[in-house]
Write a protein that binds this ligand. Structure first.
Ligand SMILES: Nc1ncnc2c1ncn2[C@@H]1O[C@H](COP(=O)(O)OP(=O)(O)OP(=O)(O)O)[C@@H](O)[C@H]1O
Ligand SMILES: [Mg+2]
Length: 288
C-alpha cells in the first residue's frame, strides 16, 4: 500500500518534471579536486538559475563546510542517527548555497544500519522535490555505503588529473560502478590541467577505454586548468568562482556548468529506474 502511494506520488512529480537530478562526484585516486569541484560547480549551477544542494558524503572527514567558510551546528550524521530533522542539518552558507555537512573530526565513520538508510532515503525523497540538483561529494575510496549511494544516483561526474595513475584509478572506479549499474550516466572532468591538449587527451583516453573495454559511452564535460586561484581561495575559505570570478579556472567552471545544466535528463519510464526506486531496492536487498 505504501509502495503504491509512493509510486503514484513519484509519477505525479515526474509528470510535472519536478524531480532533482542526483549526481555523485567521484574519483579513483583521492585528492584530485572533488570537493573543490563540487562547491564551485554548485555555485556555477546556481548562477544558471538552478536550485542546488550539496551533500557531503565524506562522513566524519567532510570539508565542504570548510571550503565554504561555514560552521554548521549539525551534520548528516545527526540526521541519520535520528537526533535532528532534515531541516536542522541543512545549512545555508553566506552566499545562499544549501549544503549538508559530513561532519569533521573523525567522529566515527558511520556503520550504516537499515534504520539509518531508511532515514537517508526519506531525506533524499524530500530533497528531490525541493531542488533541481543534488550533488553528493564523495570521499576518497569506496566504502559499502558510498558504493550503494553511487549506484542509486542518476549520474556520476568522475574527476581525474592528467597523471596516468589518476586516469587508471578513475577507469577502475568507473568500471566498478558500471558493472553494478550499466545504465549509469558518466561525465568526465580532467582537473589541474597544465595544457589544454593534455586535459583533452586525458579525458579522451578514459572515454576510449570505456568504449573499447566496456562498450559504454561517456561524456567529456571539459577540463579545469591548474590555477593558483584555487589554493588562495581554499585558504580564504571562499569558492574560487566568487572570489576570483575571472580566473581561468572559474571561467572554465562556468562553461562546464552551463553545458551540464542544459543536458535534459530523459524522463525515466518506470519508478524502479528512479533514484528513490533504486535506493529502495538496494536497501531492501539483504540489509540489516
Ligand atoms: N584546478 C586546480 N588548480 C590548483 N589546485 C587545485 C585544483 N583543484 C584542486 N586543487 C588543490 O588540490 C587539493 C585537493 O583538492 P580537494 O580537497 O578538492 O580534493 P578531493 O578530491 O576532494 O580530496 P579527497 O579525496 O581527500 O576528498 C586542494 O588543496 C586544492 O587546492
Ligand atoms: Mg574531498
Amino acid at each position: 500500500m505504501r509502495d503504491q502511494a509512493e509510486a503514484l506520488r513519484l509519477k505525479m512529480l515526474r509528470a510535472q518534471g519536478g524531480l532533482a537530478r542526483s549526481i555523485a562526484v567521484v574519483s579513483g585516486k583521492g585528492g584530485v579536486g572533488k570537493s573543490n569541484f563540487s562547491t564551485n560547480f554548485a555555485y556555477a549551477l546556481q548562477n544558471c538559475g538552478k536550485k542546488v544542494i550539496i551533500v557531503d558524503m565524506d562522513i566524519g572527514m567532510g570539508n565542504i563546510h570548510i571550503l565554504l567558510g561555514a560552521s554548521p551546528a549539525y551534520s548528516l550524521k545527526d540526521y541519520v542517527s535520528g537526533q535532528k530533522t532534515l531541516q536542522e542539518v541543512i545549512t545555508m552558507d553566506t552566499e545562499g548555497l544549501a549544503f549538508i555537512s559530513g561532519g569533521s573530526g573523525l567522529d566515527s565513520v558511520l556503520d550504516w544500519s537499515e534504520e539509518m538508510f531508511n532515514r537517508l532515503l526519506e531525506a533524499f525523497g524530500q530533497l528531490q522535490q525541493e531542488y533541481d540538483f543534488i550533488l553528493f561529494d564523495m570521499g576518497a575510496g569506496a566504502t559499502q555505503s558510498s558504493i550503494d549511494l553511487i549506484i542509486a544516483v542518476d549520474e556520476v561526474i568522475v574527476i581525474s588529473t592528467t597523471e596516468p595513475t589518476s586516469i587508471t584509478d578513475a577507469y577502475s572506479m568507473m568500471k566498478f560502478i558500471y558493472l553494478k549499474d550499466p545504465e549509469k550516466r558518466f561525465h568526465l572532468v580532467s582537473n589541474r590541467v597544465a595544457k589544454q591538449e593534455e586535459g583533452l587527451e586525458a579525458a579522451r583516453r578514459l572515454q576510449f577505454a570505456m568504449t573499447k573495454f566496456l562498450n559504454k559511452e561517456t561524456t567529456i564535460l571539459g577540463f579545469l586548468p591548474e590555477d593558483p586561484a584555487v589554493h588562495t581561495s581554499v585558504v580564504a575559505q571562499k569558492p574560487f568562482l566568487l572570489y576570483y570570478p575571472d580566473a581561468p579556472v572559474s571561467r572554465k567552471m562556468k562553461t562546464i556548468a552551463t553545458a551540464f545544466a542544459g543536458i535534459t535528463r530523459e524522463l525515466e519510464t518506470s519508478r524502479e529506474q528512479s533514484f528513490l526506486g533504486r535506493l529502495k531496492s538496494l536497501f531492501s536487498r539483504g540489509r540489516g
